[in-house]
Design a binder for this molecule. Structure first.
Ligand SMILES: Nc1ncnc2c1ncn2[C@@H]1O[C@H](COP(=O)(O)OP(=O)(O)O)[C@@H](O)[C@H]1O
Ligand SMILES: [Mg+2]
Length: 583
């Protein structure tokens, strides 16, 4: 029930709306209790005692009651939707807010479609608790209590007889809840499966087509769909047994009442109108039991969705120090790694990825990492903006431990250009402004010029206003990369990380990018992972990485002059083709 208590806290801003809608529901339900009593008067006083004037009053009374009921229902529908839509909106934003602040490893471990499923589908399911759940619950409860009081006042003995099936009904409802919850949880998971495979199929469509494996991917999709189908059916199966059983038990109550009530009417202890009214109220009394059962169904479903939503909300976001140091207004860019060790999957016995990595970069230095694929180069540089927490050792910028900075400040001071450029949906200028949202058009153009991007942007259909990203014009990887360089240029941080920024492009594009990067690196402390000899040769220092350790350090000249891993592979590879392939 924790889920429901938490959900209540989200309802706080909508308290007034909720009160209005539940108030309207309560009053309209009380109004609905009136007509059977008027029918009793109609039978006993108008029909049997032939009191014609009373008929007019009864009819007017009925019309008034039904009108009032309709008006209140409109009110209830409007206000309950204000609550419901507001709640969806808030919850979705809340989940997304948390999601954006979770560590990279959260996203690395999950398929994106599964995450989408939580933000969209589970949120929608959870809100049904309010719309259908809370309202039906109120109506059912008021009807149940109201009709019970009336039943007891009409005939206490018949009321007691009508209650005979109650223990059986309660038992069935409890049984259903127990069985349903696990199945609903399964159902939410299977729906996430479908979203995951769909997203994957869309992203991988080109690979699918080139291998002509449409059938294979389709089979996988159908397979996941079957899982969801089965999960749904398994809920329906128990519902189809329990729901009619509960209906049957309540119908038995009515049968018992008709049997004893009939005898009482014949014996003259009960009027005909009395029996008709009693049976009508009994119908009103049992209807909510079925409704409550349905509410229970909605609650069990919502509970499963709620668990998944709150799991996201409760996942601990990236660690922030409460008492961050007051940082200098700008950093010079001295970077020190001091015996840094690191593992990605902590606790999962993954072997250490980095062992005691130590080095120092002075402001303005160009540090090049060289090493075989998988040796740990990207890992080293990703620790600087604290994408992951280190196991031991320390990382300092200008003498401050990076853990003592606010994350926002730290990342504001580091720029990254990665192998695969990523542009968001939007225009070129919007994408460049991502680097510094307040910048002027002149500054954007200047950054684009330095990034060797201005000329090709000018040739796009709408210049800087051209849509790029998923729905926009298709740019080459090299063009995209130059836009991402302009983006970092605009941000202009003192520290730069370039992780194989040119390895996805051809040599012509590489020259343009290389030139842009050289401008970008001017005056900044730069960490470069590159395979081109020209970049490496210019480095202040080269760090050779081998299986998570820095094994050699020095300038190109220094390393070549001695017998080193570097000189060995320089002889083998650089000399020939100007590129490192492997060490
Ligand atoms: N997100 C991750 N989760 C778990 N292991 C990872 C992750 N990224 C890289 N690794 C592992 O860490 C090691 C170093 O990888 P990486 O730093 O990417 O190497 P490089 O950049 O030198 O090619 C590899 O064994 C790789 O499998
Ligand atoms: Mg790498």
């Amino acid at each position: 029930m924790k889920i429901f208590r938490r959900l209540l806290s989200y309802l706080e801003p909508y308290r007034i709306f909720l009160i209005v809608s539940l108030g309207a529901a309560t009053i309209s339900t009380l109004v609905a209790l009136g007509p059977p009593y008027l029918v009793k008067l109609l039978i006993d006083q108008v029909l049997i005692q032939k009191n014609l004037p009373l008929l007019n009053y009864i009819i007017l009374g009925l019309i008034a009651l039904y009108l009032l009921h309709s008006g209140l229902t409109t009110l209830r529908i409007i206000y309950v939707n204000k609550v419901q839509q507001g709640l969806i909106f808030d919850l979705r934003n809340e989940v997304h807010h948390h999601l954006q602040r979770l560590s990279l490893s959260y996203f690395e471990k999950r398929q994106s479609g599964r995450i989408t499923s939580r933000v969209i589908n589970d949120v929608e399911t959870l809100q049904a608790i309010v719309s259908s759940g809370a309202v039906i619950f109120t109506i059912a409860l008021v009807t149940l209590l109201g009709s019970l009081i009336i039943l007891m006042r009409l005939n206490l003995k018949l009321t007691l007889l009508a209650m005979i099936p109650m223990p059986a009904i309660t038992f069935l409802v409890v049984m259903f809840s127990k069985k349903a919850h696990r199945r609903y949880r399964q159902m939410r998971r299977r729906l996430a499966d479908i979203n995951a495979i769909l997203q994957e199929n869309i992203l991988g469509i080109q690979v699918t087509k080139s291998f002509r494996r449409e059938k294979l991917r389709e089979e996988k999709f159908i397979h996941k769909g079957e899982g969801y189908y089965q999960a749904n059916m398994s809920v329906i199966r128990i519902w189809s047994v329990f729901f009619p059983l509960i209906m049957f038990a309540s119908a038995l109550g009515t049968v018992i009442v008709l049997y004893y009530g009939g005898r009482e009417v014949i014996a003259g202890n009960l009027s005909i109108g009395g029996l008709v009214a009693f049976v009508s109220y009994l119908g009103l009394f049992y209807a909510p039991i079925n409704q409550l059962n349905e509410v229970n169904n909605i609650f069990q479903h919502g509970r499963a969705a709620g668990e998944r939503i709150f799991e996201v909300v409760d996942t601990i976001p990236e660690k922030e120090k409460k008492k961050a140091i007051i940082p200098p207004s700008f950093l010079k860019g001295k970077v020190e790694f001091d015996k840094v060790s690191f593992t990605y999957e902590k606790g999962k016995k993954q072997k250490e990825v980095l062992h005691q990595v130590s080095f120092t970069a002075n402001p303005g230095d160009l540090i090049a990492f060289v090493g075989a694929s998988g040796s740990g180069k990207s890992t080293i540089v990703s620790l600087l903006p604290r994408f992951y927490e280190i196991n031991s050792g320390s990382i300092r910028i200008d003498g401050y431990n990076v853990k003592d900075f606010k994350l926002g400040y730290l990342r504001e001071n580091i720029g990254m250009v990665l192998q695969e450029p990523f542009l968001f949906d939007g225009t070129v200028i919007q994408n460049i402004l991502f680097g510094r949202p307040g910048a002027s058009k002149e500054e954007v153009v200047k950054a684009a010029k330095i990034a060797n991007a201005h000329n090709f942007i000018r040739q796009l259909p709408e210049d800087y206003e051209t849509e790029v990203g998923e729905r926009g014009v298709k740019l080459s990887v090299g063009e995209k990369q130059r836009i991402t360089i302009a983006r970092v240029m605009l941000k202009n941080p003192p520290i730069l990380i370039l992780d194989e920024a040119t390895s996805s492009v051809d040599s012509e594009a590489e020259i343009l990018i290389q030139e842009a990067l050289e401008y970008l690196m001017k005056g900044k402390t730069s960490f470069v992972i590159a395979h081109r000899l020209s970049t490496i040769r210019n480095a202040t220092r080269i760090l050779v990485v081998l299986e998570g350790k820095i094994v050699e350090e020095g300038t190109h000249q220094e390393l070549l002059e001695k017998e080193s891993v570097y000189s060995h592979f320089y002889q083998m590879q650089f000399k020939e083709n100007g590129k490192i392939i492997a060490i």
